[in-house]
Unconditional design. Structure first.
Lengths: 357, 422, 293
């Protein structure tokens, strides 16, 4: 956003097809990536391991869900269950001695296989009914995990992630875990951006916008719906495994409860349906806002500026979080991505606002 | 346009305020010159633990206020960091990392999922985590979990104490039928291995009856219980599910006298059942209830009557309040040992050793005498059985401990599994 | 056999209590086409209101409940006017998320200001077992079921009145209702208000059974199963769906739990939702205008 635009004039077809046709955009993307790479040097341990790292992992999950909800238009209220399948598969595979790289693949495939079953419902219904069907499946997956000790890990229902290494780097080190998450988030970012301009992505968009019309122009609706569920669940499963290995270092059923599914949906919606940058912003909002608010309220109370009961103190972030979700949906249904876009357009032509279209 | 500027401005304000909040921790430090000791109470005030958190935390805060008002720990004031985690592991991790960075040497999550997620981290960071009445029972094994201190009877010990009570005061165990009615979660299942092992040894029958979470509707489960015709019933739930259990039991013709409960049963629950109707219900008690003990009296005197109480005065002396006081009493005792035996400043490893120096500590009668050793972080597994009399809890036994051999078999087996990655 | 009948009867009674919790969802969906996932939280809010007036203010319950009903009616009107009406024309997912945001907000507000620890609400229903032919019947559920049937009957009758006829017209077609001079906004607002009133009935009964705290909002899940099975826009569907969900959720776990060793009721409820959606998405009595693939 830090440049003036005089117009985009392409001289080659290749130039026009680039992911970021404007060089300044490309440089900015690289700049952000560089910041991401340098983050372990720039920010303290606390912010690296409790803010940046989970933010990247949650973003990766939100991006996986964006593909399904934003691009393909299929609603999913059980995405945490899909991630749980990936996380448990990866942990069990590595415990059997399978290398982590292959376990990740296995996690994706298992999640994709079971996640496509979720998609079977999408072949029958859509909209609200798909919400309810996926919600019911979330409960079924949860129940299975909790009630089969072989999956959940016996009496304490906890499985520690074994010490593994990814391409030779041990995954127990904070910095390596961060880079693992960064790599996966960066890969997904590029992947989703590219998918949106591929034939596959355009077919998904056609299905989203009107499935009858898509069928008329020769898109096999059944196939693409299932493919959307398959791909998104695969990515979600790997994200679940990344979450377990890079962040939690263990899996328990609570990490993937129904509330978490709702949080993912909120990320995608508040961020802006179908937007890549929206997934980043939405994940930051849903994941980090309650934490920041909690610290803010507690800090105000500790310094004596706010004299309220402990109980009210802890509920204020919950109220603010709910109220903000409502506010975003009411005032900017296109989400944080749209707000970002508005800001960007504003600054791009500043101070010549009349040149905005 | 205006909208957007508003958003920007409030965002900047929020960031600035957050930065301020991070730095502004002057908190409750009194005018004491020695370096403060920081305890972090990062609990669940908005999720499934709400039924206990407020009262429990109130007891903790009041006790610490009392300690600070009366000279601190050997002159060191105690600072508390209190945060809500909403029972969400990722928020727990953030709160924990922040607290550790701010120098906390002790954390208390009062949430089984969060504590479980934190076990590897506290072991690595050498920060003491107290898990009174929650978390992993096998953390009693101090050799496998050096920095985790359950320090009160685990659910396994609670089950064994209840069984002992039936054996000695309710006409023996042999040939009896005991129904274990529990919320369908790892917590509800936890005592089953102990009960089954005991059943084998003592020749009684145990049958498990799960009801679905959150337990607001249990009629089908209790029909099944009644059909089986048990002599005694143990109920293992928490929060709103507990009164529903007792009410449904009574409606199924099971006498309240035959109901024995896990520690999570408080006055509010009895009000929900009906004070009179619930007469005779028994419950495992980890601490004394009421305001009669010297510790609570002192809190009343130095904190509450001066108007510095943390919350509703009515809660003082209630079950969960006293449990909160007891956890902090033991922790302060450990900090004292740490300073005395290993010198200030108190660090995680020193505090751990301080805990392990606790011998026969009973907080002036508030809690059973606990002795924590390097091996035994449970403190002996003591407790007693109290009965609801219609207006309060009346102790039925002395502080007792029972069948610790079976409990420790279970502890060691689970600890071994932890070492293998479960 | 007694066991079976006991499961059957208590299941049916529980199911009717679920139906009471589900009634509000149908009232709103029928007129506005909005799936209100905040209804569980509205039930919680109602129970808190009753608690305020009965325990804190010290009024008699028979006064507290009507006051709560008035407040919840107003709450429904306000929620519709200031939140949902602005969302008309938005994709369904936005509306669903908005109601979820409302649920989160309410779950923060009510326990935040009134205390998160469970409160008790005593309706004065005795605990003594009620035995008919060897079958133990849960007295609280019996009264609850009676109230549920009464509320459903009142709803059915209400749709025969002049105002109810307008509501039915609105549920048939917004545009044609407009064209014949019916104020669609007002009709939708009223149905939200009525949903609030039905939440009070559910809040009072469930609050007396389990105490008043945020877990009341988890009634949403069985309520959803009821409306999906019965049909999102059918009052009769609530009755039949409630009975079926209750009976299946009692009889099946009654025989299956001992075999599985875990509580299977949520599985039954989930399967009811899933099978209904796959076989007959519009439910038993729902209108068949759902967009099928």
């Amino acid at each position: 956003m830090f440049y003036r635009l005089a117009g985009v004039y392409h001289t080659t077809y290749a130039g026009e097809r680039k992911l970021w046709p404007v060089p300044a955009d490309r440089w900015q993307a690289l700049g952000v990536l560089a910041l991401g790479l340098l983050a372990p040097l720039l920010v303290g341990d606390l912010y690296l391991s409790s803010y940046l790292l989970p933010w990247l992992v949650w973003t990766a999950a939100a991006l996986s869900l964006t593909l399904l909800m934003g691009v393909a238009g299929q609603l999913h209220f059980g995405f945490a269950a899909v991630m749980a399948i990936g996380a448990y598969t990866a942990i069990h595979l590595t415990r059997f001695g399978v290398p982590f790289e292959i376990a990740l693949l296995g996690a994706g495939l298992m999640a994709a296989a079971i996640g496509s079953l979720f998609g079977a419902a999408a072949l029958r219904v859509k909209g609200l009914y798909l919400v309810m069907a996926t919600l019911a499946m979330q409960y079924l997956v949860d129940w299975t995990i909790i009630n089969v000790p072989a999956i959940s890990g016996g009496a304490q229902a906890t499985l520690q992630a074994p010490e593994v290494s990814f391409l030779g780097a041990p995954m127990t080190n904070d910095t390596v875990q961060y880079y693992g998450a960064l790599l996966w988030a960066a890969f997904l970012t590029v992947f989703i951006m590219n998918i949106k301009r591929s034939a596959f992505g355009r077919a998904l968009v056609a299905v989203r916008d009107k499935d009858f019309a898509a069928a008329v122009i020769g898109v096999n609706v059944f196939r693409y719906k299932l493919l959307a569920f398959f791909t998104s669940s695969f990515l979600g499963g790997v994200s679940g495994a990344v979450l377990a290995f890079c962040y939690y270092e263990a899996v328990t059923p609570e990490q993937f409860s129904f509330d978490v599914s709702i949080q993912f949906v909120a990320m995608v919606l508040v961020g802006g349906l179908g937007s890549v940058i929206g997934a980043y912003l939405g994940a930051a909002f849903v994941l980090l806002l309650p934490i920041v608010l909690t610290n803010l309220v507690a800090g105000l109370a500790d310094s004596g500026l706010l004299t309220i009961s402990q109980n009210l103190q802890s509920h204020i972030p919950l109220m603010a979080y709910g109220a903000l979700i409502i506010a975003f949906l009411l005032f900017e249904p296109l989400g944080l991505a749209k707000i970002y876009d508005n800001l960007r357009n504003y600054f791009r032509v500043w101070p010549f606002q009349h040149t905005r279209n | 346009m205006i909208n957007r500027r508003g958003v920007l401005r409030s965002a900047t304000a929020a960031i600035a305020a957050a930065a301020f909040a991070v730095s502004g921790f002057a908190g409750q430090a009194l005018a004491q010159d020695k370096q403060p000791i920081t305890f972090a109470l990062l609990q669940d005030f908005t999720g499934v633990y709400t039924f206990v958190s407020n009262e429990y935390n109130q007891g903790q805060q009041d006790y610490i206020k009392m300690v600070n008002a009366t000279g601190g720990v050997k002159g060191h004031p105690i600072e508390l960091i209190v945060r809500d985690t909403g029972n969400e592991p990722q928020r727990g991790i953030e709160a924990y990392n922040r607290a550790v960075e701010e120098g906390a040497v002790l954390v208390d999550f009062l949430s089984t999922p969060v504590s479980r997620a934190m076990v590897p981290r506290v072991l690595e960071d050498e920060v003491v985590m107290i898990t009174a009445l929650h978390g992993r029972g096998d953390a009693s094994d101090g050799q496998t979990f050096p920095y985790v201190f359950p320090m009160m009877a685990t659910y396994w010990s609670q089950a064994s104490v209840l069984a002992k009570y039936i054996e000695e005061h309710m006409g023996g165990l042999e040939g009896k039928k005991i129904a274990h009615v529990f919320i369908d979660s790892p917590f509800g299942r936890e005592p089953l291995p102990i009960l089954r092992e005991l059943a084998e040894r003592k020749g009684f029958e145990v049958k498990a009856f799960p009801y679905p979470s959150p337990g607001n509707e249990q009629s089908a489960t209790w029909s099944d219980v009644r059909r089986w015709g048990p002599d005694h019933v143990t109920i293992w739930g928490a929060g709103g599910g507990q009164p529903v259990s007792i009410r449904t039991a009574i409606r199924n013709g099971i006498s309240p006298k035959d109901i024995l409960s896990v520690v999570w049963l408080a006055r509010t629950d009895m009000r929900q059942v009906g004070f009179e109707a619930a007469k005779g219900v028994k419950r495992f008690a980890a601490t004394a209830t009421g305001r009669d003990t010297p510790v609570i009296q002192k809190i009343m005197e130095t904190v509450i009557e001066k108007g510095n109480g943390t919350g509703d005065m009515e809660n003082v002396g209630n079950v969960y309040y006293n449990i909160g006081v007891a956890t902090m009493a033991a922790s302060v005792q450990a900090a004292e040992h740490a300073i005395e035996n290993y010198g200030a400043p108190v660090t995680g490893p020193k505090l751990k050793k301080g805990f392990e120096d606790i011998e026969n500590f009973n907080a002036q009668g508030l809690m059973p005498p606990i002795t924590i050793t390097e091996k035994d972080h449970q403190g002996g597994g003591y407790g007693r059985v109290s009965m609801w009399t219609g207006d309060g809890w009346e102790p039925q036994t002395d502080w007792i401990t029972a069948y610790q051999d079976i409990v420790w078999e279970e502890i060691e087996e689970n600890a071994k599994q932890f070492e293998q990655g479960n | 056999m007694t066991y079976f009948f006991e499961l059957l009867i208590n299941g049916a009674l529980t199911g009717l209590m679920y139906a009471l919790a589900a009634l509000g969802i149908v009232l709103i969906y029928k007129s506005a086409g909005v799936p209100n996932l905040a209804h569980g939280a509205m039930i919680m809010l109602s129970a808190y209101f009753i608690y305020i007036f009965a325990s804190l203010v010290g009024l008699s319950l028979w006064l507290a409940i009507p006051i709560a009903a008035v407040l919840m009616f107003v709450f429904g009107l306000v929620a519709e006017r200031f939140l949902l009406r602005r969302m008309v024309g938005q994709p369904i997912i936005m509306i669903v998320m908005l109601t979820l945001g409302l649920e989160i907000l309410l779950r923060g507000v009510a326990p935040g200001f009134l205390g998160a620890a469970p409160k008790s609400l005593d309706l004065g229903i005795g605990l003594a077992p009620m035995i008919v032919e060897g079958v133990f019947i849960n007295r609280a559920y019996l009264y609850g079921a009676a109230v549920a049937i009464a509320m459903i009957a009142v709803s059915l009758l209400f749709f025969q009145t002049r105002l109810g006829t307008k509501l039915r017209a609105v549920s048939d077609d917004h545009v044609s209702s407009w064209s014949v001079g019916i104020s669609v906004e007002r009709a939708i607002g009223i149905s939200w208000g009525l949903a609030g009133v039905s939440a009070v009935a559910a809040g009072a009964l469930w609050g007396s059974v389990q105490g008043v705290d945020w877990t009341l909002s988890t009634l949403l899940f069985p309520a959803i199963a009821v409306v999906i099975l019965g049909g999102l826009d059918s009052i009769w569907g609530v009755l039949v769906g409630g009975l079926l969900v209750g009976i299946l959720g009692s009889v099946v776990p009654g025989y299956l739990d001992p075999l599985v060793g875990g509580g299977t009721r949520d599985v039954v409820t989930s399967l009811i939702i899933l099978v209904t959606i796959l076989v007959r998405p519009y439910g038993i009595f729902g209108r068949e205008d759902i967009e099928r693939v």
